[in-house]
Structure formats: C-alpha cells, structure tokens
Ligand binder design. Sequence first.
Ligand code: HEM
Length: 301
Amino acid sequence: MLFERTRGTTQAAVKDTKVVRGYPLVGGLVDVFRDGPGFMMRVAQDHPGEVVGVRLGPTTVYLVTYPEHVQQVVLDWRTFGKGGGMFKATRPLLGHGLLTSDGDFWLHQRRMMQPLFQPANLAALTNLMVEVIEREVALLLTRGSAIIDMEVEMNVMSQRVILETMLGRGIERSETDRLNDELQSALEGLNRRMFLSFLPERFPLPGERRYRTAIAAIDDAMLRLVQDRRASGATREDLLSLLLRARDEDTGEGMDDRQVRDELVSIFVAGQDATAKAMTWLWYVLDQKSRGRGALARGGG
Ligand code: HEM
C-alpha cells in the first residue's frame, strides 16, 4: 500500500523513514512504469518491516507492506488522509466516491452507504451473481480444451459480475461491454496520471485523448442510467437501486445523480480488480494443492 504525506500526516509518522531516491530528477518513475509491482516488491524486500519512502519526480510516496502498518494507515484516516496529489489525480474518473474521498465527507458517505452492504441486501444480489457466473462458465466450456489464462478469465468474470450486479438485468450486454472497455481505458490513463500527479492537469501525456474520451463516455452512460432509473421510479434488486434508496440518517436526504455516478464507478474500480486478483490466486493455490496430491498419490512426498 502507498500513501502520500497530506496535511494530517505528522512529521512523526514518516520520521526516520529511508527514502529510495532512484535516478536523478525522475526518482523511481522509470521503474514504476517499467514494472511497478516488481519494483515495489524489490523495495519491500530490501527494507523488511520498514516504511520506505520512494521518490517519484519531485514527490515522495511511502510504501507500507507490514500488516500492522497497513492496518494503522487504513484505520487512522485522520492522520493518513487522501488529500495528496495522487488522489487529486483520480477526481476526473472517481469523483468523490468512497474510495478516494476524505475526512468528514467520506465519513458521511460511509455512514450512508454502510447499511446497503448488510448481509440481507447482499443475499438479494446473489441470484444475479450466480446467473452471470453460470453464463460465463458456459461460455468458457464452449471453447473446449484450449488452455485458459485464468487471470484474464477472472478479470472478465469479475467485471461482468460487478457491472451486472450494479446495473441489473435491464442493461444490454453490448452496453456493459462498451462500458467495460471505457472503464479499462480510463483505468490505464488513471494509473499514469496518479504516478505523474506532479505534472499540471493539462500536461499532454501519451494516451490522454483516449483517457478523456473514456471518462466522457462513462459519465454519459452512468448519468443516463442513474437518471432513467430515478425517473422510472422502479426498484430493482441491484446496487444502483440500493444507492438511490440510501438516506442520511439525520436529514433524510439522498445522493444527487453525480454522487451516485461517483459511487458506482468507485465500486467498480474497488471491487473488480481486488476480486479478480483474489480469484486468480485461488486457482494457483488449488493447482499447487492438486499437484501436491498427485505427488503424494505417486508416493513422491
Ligand atoms: C477479495 C476482494 C477484495 C479485497 C481484498 C478488498 C480490499 C479492500 C481494502 C484493503 C480496502 C481498504 C482501502 C482503504 O481503506 O484505503 C477496500 C476498500 C473498499 N472496497 Fe474492497 N476489497 C475487495 C472486494 C471488494 C468488492 C467486491 C467491492 C464492491 C463491490 C469493494 C468495494 C470497496 C469500497 C467501496 C472500498 C472503499 C471503502 C471506504 O473507503 O469506505 N471491495 N477494499
């Protein structure tokens, strides 16, 4: 996990941390773009148990790898806020959704949305999830015995499950396909923008035009879906209907269209990748176990 120093991050929180300086001027940026996960893994392995600063151009981000440290950063949200440049760079895509909002606004949204994720509400979504999974598995089976890249398939599966659980049965597959493509393009652009957040927003980065058109297409599609659902007054068993029903406990007010759009995109981004990664590792573990069983059966120990 990475964090940046924001106004709430006291000097004490990052005091004595070693800083990986990388190349002159650019710091670790070359390594981040060449192989981000590999680079972060090497930094973590070189500094076991430590919080390490990594220079990225003129900014420093802090890499936290130990579970207790990660827990502290996640729970102490007043000290480790989300106000830095990296989070600012997420605004065009993620707006002020739960994942990237901060402080009292985050707390307010969090209190309003937490009840939506009660087991009873989630249970009501499982039929839809199972339907999507069965359909995707049937499609996989039609490919016969070709080798299947589980990382690719788990991404596709989790993208479909989340989009259809959010937006329900009323949306055409061609529309979810299009939305998914735009979301993937926007995420690629977002990654670049986050690590180059010290550059002015209008700085022309490669792929910038595609990034902007993807965000415009997402805004268009999501806002239309929100407005149509609100206007129809229909209550469906999906996340969109749950978000439209969410109310502030004190004022009784709900979210405006833009906030619902921000939460939908944030849930997609937060939920899709994490779930796909967890499921991919699950296949890896199952594979290791079955090999182990095979070796045991052959008496190989
Ligand atoms: C194995 C799967 C998952 C893992 C490992 C995972 C992990 C995490 C972690 C560590 C955070 C905390 C980040 C932070 O506070 O800065 C988080 C936040 C979040 N996750 Fe997940 N997640 C998973 C699946 C999902 C799914 C399926 C959804 C939605 C459908 C989701 C939606 C969210 C949201 C909205 C937040 C922000 C919550 C907040 O700040 O109040 N996640 N997730």
